[in-house]
Design a protein around this ligand. Structure first.
Ligand SMILES: Cc1cc2nc3c(=O)[nH]c(=O)nc-3n(C[C@H](O)[C@H](O)[C@H](O)COP(=O)(O)OP(=O)(O)OC[C@H]3O[C@@H](n4cnc5c(N)ncnc54)[C@H](O)[C@@H]3O)c2cc1C
Length: 378
């Protein structure tokens, strides 16, 4: 199992329970992958080391699975944004609309107002992110809440991004400011590292940290599950798949810095995209001191942590070439967000990991070779 993140831990656990012996290796000095949480020594705050992680899902099996290892506390993600010298509520809801336009509209009035006076209905078939946003919410809301944030997050103009990024109407005509729609939402009481530590805690599993996987190591194993970067497995021989990376500028504060966990900054002139104040992710805890991250997004260079796959036309072409290469490689299954070059929420990662382990066991029983991918990357 290459990688001690959620993918490696869940697949490893399922296979260990089925009687297999599992070696988990990770090049980092900690388990948990990008979900790692660490207790800050000075303040006692639980820090989301690679950026804020909120667990949300409609998948009851996955919800029961995580809760069987670590109790989850109720947590609702309520995001704010600073724009034009004011603080607004996100996702755009009735409060945001009324505050932004200085009105007191009821839901029906606001819907009519956006559809008839704001939305650009001359755009019949939106192709780009910008057209999609103009079509849905109009120029004023687009420029205040989407344009600058998207430019900073993706490093390109919203007119160069596909409409699919902004899938459905990003507006609510009521006062619901819960960021996610899912049925189950919460935070592991003692953090994600504690959760993943418990998943890995099985006599059939050994974990080795600070160990970099190289292709020749595969010969020591019956099978390899690889949750590292797909292009990295092949030593980038066809080129590098594009990612965005993040820089976190940590600062401390005595007290409550911003009164919420996540404050976005949508304006282009502000160089960071958001500030995370970690103690608000665990409202059941009490800490005087505070640990905050200013988050900056930029193109990923060799040696940086790959965060968000870009997946535009150029990257998808290269991805297809790597998929072809992977399918010719026997004895390895590529999994997880890096192995399949997709953005995956944690619940989807776990769902795919459970299905992968079950699919693998099933193939073994039928005497068939496991495939390179149980979840298709393209
Ligand atoms: C900024 C950010 C915020 C997010 N917020 C949320 C959220 O709020 N809610 C949500 O549901 N999801 C969120 N996610 C998604 C979540 O992080 C992923 O679902 C999860 O991390 C996927 O787990 P994984 O095991 O596939 O990958 P990873 O966590 O990346 O684990 C892969 C592991 O493989 C190791 N590795 C790589 N290459 C090698 C090698 N050659 N040798 C040895 N080890 C190697 C790495 O060190 C790493 O530990 C967020 C992601 C990001 C980037």
């Amino acid at each position: 199992m290459v990688g001690a993140g959620l993918s490696g831990a869940v697949i490893g656990r399922c296979l260990a329970e089925a009687g297999h012996e599992i070696d988990v290796i990770d090049s980092r000095n900690h388990i948990g992958g990008n979900c790692q949480t660490r207790r800050d020594e000075e303040t006692g705050v639980l820090v989301h080391v690679y950026g804020p992680h909120i667990f949300h899902t409609d998948d009851e099996e996955v919800w029961n699975y995580v809760n069987s290892f670590e109790p989850f506390k109720p947590y609702k993600n309520r995001v704010k944004t600073t724009a034009r010298g004011q603080v607004f509520s996100l996702p755009i809801n009735l409060h945001t609309i009324n505050q932004f336009f200085g009105r007191t509209m009821r839901p029906d009035e606001a819907r009519r107002f956006i559809q008839e006076e704001q939305a650009d209905t001359s755009i019949e078939d939106p192709k780009t992110f910008e057209e999609q946003a103009l079509r849905f919410v109009g120029r004023d809301l687009y420029e205040a809440f989407f344009k600058g944030y998207t430019l900073k997050q993706w490093g390109c103009h919203p007119s160069e991004l596909p409409a699919s990024i902004l899938k459905r109407l990003p507006v609510r005509f009521n006062y619901d400011d819960n960021y996610f729609f899912h049925k189950f939402q919460g935070m592991p009481e003692n953090g994600y590292t504690a959760l993943i530590e418990k998943i890995l805690d099985h006599p059939g599993i050994t974990v080795q940290l600070e160990t970099d996987f190289k292709q020749d190591m595969a010969a020591h194993y019956d099978h390899v599950f690889y949750s590292g970067p797909l292009d990295g497995f092949f030593d980038y021989e066809l080129g590098r798949l594009g990612y965005r990376t993040l820089d976190f500028e940590e600062f401390r504060y005595d007290g409550d810095y911003q009164g919420c966990a996540v404050m976005n900054y949508g304006e282009e002139e502000v160089p960071f995209t958001r500030i995370t104040e970690h103690k608000h992710f665990a409202p059941w805890e009490c800490h005087e001191g505070s640990v905050c991250y200013r988050e900056y997004s930029r193109a990923c260079e060799p040696g940086d942590v790959p965060y968000y796959p870009i997946r535009l036309v150029k990257e998808k072409a290269l991805l297809s070439d790597y998929v072809e290469l992977a399918e010719k490689t026997a004895g390895v299954t590529f999994v997880g967000r890096l192995g399949t070059y997709r953005y995956l929420d944690m619940d989807v990662t776990i769902r795919e990991a459970l299905d992968t382990a079950r699919g693998f066991i099933d193939r073994l029983e039928r005497g068939e070779a496991p495939p390179a991918f149980f979840s298709a990357p393209v």
